[in-house]
Design a protein around this ligand. Structure first.
Ligand code: FES
Ligand code: FES
Length: 181
């Protein structure tokens, strides 16, 4: 208790999180972000911390199929949600098509942003298929194959790459889009 009467003792919250199809029971300070939970309290360090302020996209994961910055959300808010991290998208023996496309197109240099880029790209394709418009969308009824590079760049603009691998990232996303049934 501080002099002004504020109680700064942590409030511990027990949560059952479902991540990559597996249940994890955690009891954490209620202020613990989903990102820190993955990296510091569970053995899931594939998700990266860049800015910790929602500005770089390195921490992007999928929650119920939608991309989200895991540094901007608390773990305790996600009981009952289906969380997928880069570790859950594919395996080293059987890569997710988006992972395979990034490898094929050399869509990275240092690789730090890559888990976030790939999770974001998977979420972005679902948004395109659902017909969600972006700032630069001219035709919301255009088929997936007709999506322009400008559209992909705009939709992926929340994911920064300090190595500037952007042209290859766009090419990888295009390949993954073309490979979809
Ligand atoms: S670490 Fe979350 S957006 Fe940068
Ligand atoms: S590959 Fe290095 S930050 Fe993107």
């Amino acid at each position: 208790m501080t002099a002004d009467g504020l109680d700064l003792e942590p409030v511990m919250v027990a949560s059952r999180l479902r991540i990559n199809g597996q249940a994890y029971d955690v009891t954490l300070d209620s202020r613990t972000t989903l990102l820190d939970t993955l990296r510091e309290h569970l053995p899931l360090t594939g998700t990266k911390k860049g800015c910790d302020h929602g500005q770089c996209g390195a921490c992007t994961v999928l929650v119920n199929g939608r991309r989200i910055n895991s540094c901007l959300t608390l773990a305790a808010m996600h009981e009952g949600d289906e969380i997928v991290t880069i570790e859950g998208l594919g395996t080293s023996r059987e890569l997710h098509p988006m992972q395979a496309a990034f490898v094929e197109r050399d869509g990275f240099q240092c690789g730090y942003c890559t888990p976030g880029q790939i999770c974001s790209a998977v979420g972005m394709l679902a948004e395109l298929e659902a017909g969600w418009p972006s700032h630069v969308t001219r035709d919301v009824s255009a088929p997936l194959g007709a999506v322009t590079n400008e559209e992909i760049r705009e939709r992926m603009s929340g994911n920064l790459c300090r190595c500037a691998a952007y042209p290859n990232i766009v090419a990888a996303i295009r390949d993954a889009m073309a490979a979809r049934p």
